[in-house]
Design a protein around this ligand. Structure first.
Ligand code: SAM
Length: 241
């Protein structure tokens, strides 16, 4: 990573209240791994160092706002992790948390697995699969303290995919761009249908770039009816609201 890239990472993290000095070597290694893998397989549209540092690394770290992912031993599922975001940056700064990054695309999870091994992120257990399938699997249903997701789907879809996987009292932390009142309203109704309630809507701007972001937190306040999640693809094709 160039000195400019390091400075962006330091500044972006500092604006989130984080000091990443000790983890800089891991972020540098992750950047190298991502750029190298991306030259062979299409993993991410972001190619430049500053884009990767700000829009992948710092952006992922912004999921820590509110402190919902702080706690040794927390089990966190990352639905639709793609090339490992937000899991990999989060696991670098929160090694005491157990992350399960999930994606339906094997080549993406192959990268996440090899990067986690190279960075010695022993708390990361990557998984190939669909959230709809996991949500009906007793080994995964109601087994997670937190579900995170970044840039995966509209809020009503995320509620249906995420809530079945949470333990009672668990939290879904959805990171999104600016969210419309319509989406938020539909998300609240969908959350109610699957046993959740929206507890927090945290609108903020991304460090350095100033892009609008929203962290929506949904708490699992009651049981999720057995009929959810519906079968693969249905939550997307026919959102609850
Ligand atoms: N979260 C990553 C990020 O922010 O860079 C990737 C975002 S990408 C736009 C969405 C990812 O979600 C894709 O890799 C896709 O395969 C995955 N995905 C979408 N729906 C899914 C589902 N139901 N189960 C598992 N993965 C899913």
């Amino acid at each position: 990573m160039t000195p400019e890239g390091q400075a962006l990472l330091r500044q972006g993290a500092a604006e989130l209240g984080l000091n990443v000095e000790a983890q800089l070597p891991q972020f540098e290694q992750l950047l190298d791994l991502l750029v190298d893998a991306n030259s062979r397989v299409n993993l991410t549209a972001l190619k430049t160092e500053s884009d990767i540092v700000l829009k992948h690394f710092v952006d992922s770290l912004s999921c820590l706002r509110g402190g919902h992912l702080d706690g040794a031993g927390l089990r966190v599922l990352d639905i639709g992790t793609g090339a490992g975001f937000p899991t990999l940056p989060l696991a670098i700064v929160r090694p005491e948390v157990a992350f399960t990054p999930l994606d339906s695309i094997r080549k993406k999870i192959d990268f996440v697995r090899s990067a986690a091994e190279a960075l010695n992120l022993t708390g990361v257990t990557p998984l190939v699969g669909r959230a709809e399938t996991l949500g009906r699997d007793p080994e995964h249903r109601e087994r997670y303290d937190r579900v995170v997701c970044r840039a995966v789907a509209a809020l009503p879809i995320l509620a249906e995919l995420g809530l079945p996987l949470l333990k009672p009292g668990g939290l879904l932390v959805a990171q999104k761009g600016p969210i419309s009142e319509e989406e938020l309203h539909a998300g609240r109704r969908a959350a109610g249908e699957v046993g959740g309630g929206v507890t927090e809507v945290d609108a903020f701007t991304l460090p350095v770039l100033g892009d609008a972001r929203t962290l929506v937190v949904i708490e699992k306040v009651g049981p999720t009816p057995k009929k959810y999640p519906r079968r693969e693809g249905v939550p997307n094709a026919q959102p609850l609201f």
